[in-house]
Design a protein around this ligand. Sequence first.
Ligand SMILES: *Cc1c(COP(=O)(O)O)cnc(C)c1O
Length: 207
Amino acid sequence: ETAIAEYAGVFAEKIVIGAGIDGVMDTLVKIFVDKGDEAIIPIPTFSLYESLVHMADATPMYLLRSVEDDYAIPAADIIAASTEKTKMIFLASPNNPTGNRLSGDDVRTLAESIPEALVVLDEAYVEFAEKSSAKLVNEYENVLVLRTFSKAFGLAGLRVGYAIVPEWVIGNYRKVSLPFTVNNVALIAAVAALKDKEHLRRSVELV
Ligand SMILES: *Cc1c(COP(=O)(O)O)cnc(C)c1O
């Protein structure tokens, strides 16, 4: 947690580590999404969100990214699609597969306009973007940021991911998460990868 906190520029108290973003997200959905709830998913995007929402017996509410908007998703459309049943809004930023990034202002607008829902920002590809929204977790109680060692660091097979979350989420997370989800070898590799700035730089440049 300490090494990740330093890398991400947030407090270690806000970090939970899991078996990839997939593992972290699975736990988050188990905690926060119940039968009959809704989750907003702008598509096309990473397919796991939809699967987890279905597994929770909840309803995915799809918003279609349009070529006219250059595949960006206007915050106003997300707000319009939200209801009192909306528990989560899944937003990959940069998005897989379209590459769109959400601005900090958009994240703020969403967090403030839909205070009862969690804005889940999937930053799997943040190393390829100029900016991160991780710091907004300090400002809002309903913004969660997910990161991974699977992409720019090239360690997908080791299964290490993490979430930067408001502190009130941490207790819930530890209650629901399996106690030993990440093995020591993977953690040692992850810490080493964070130190190897040159490898990261070359990997990002190459990709
Ligand atoms: C690859 C990917 C993930 C999964 O990452 P893991 O940490 O390997 O589970 C999550 N979100 C997006 C957008 C991805 O592209």
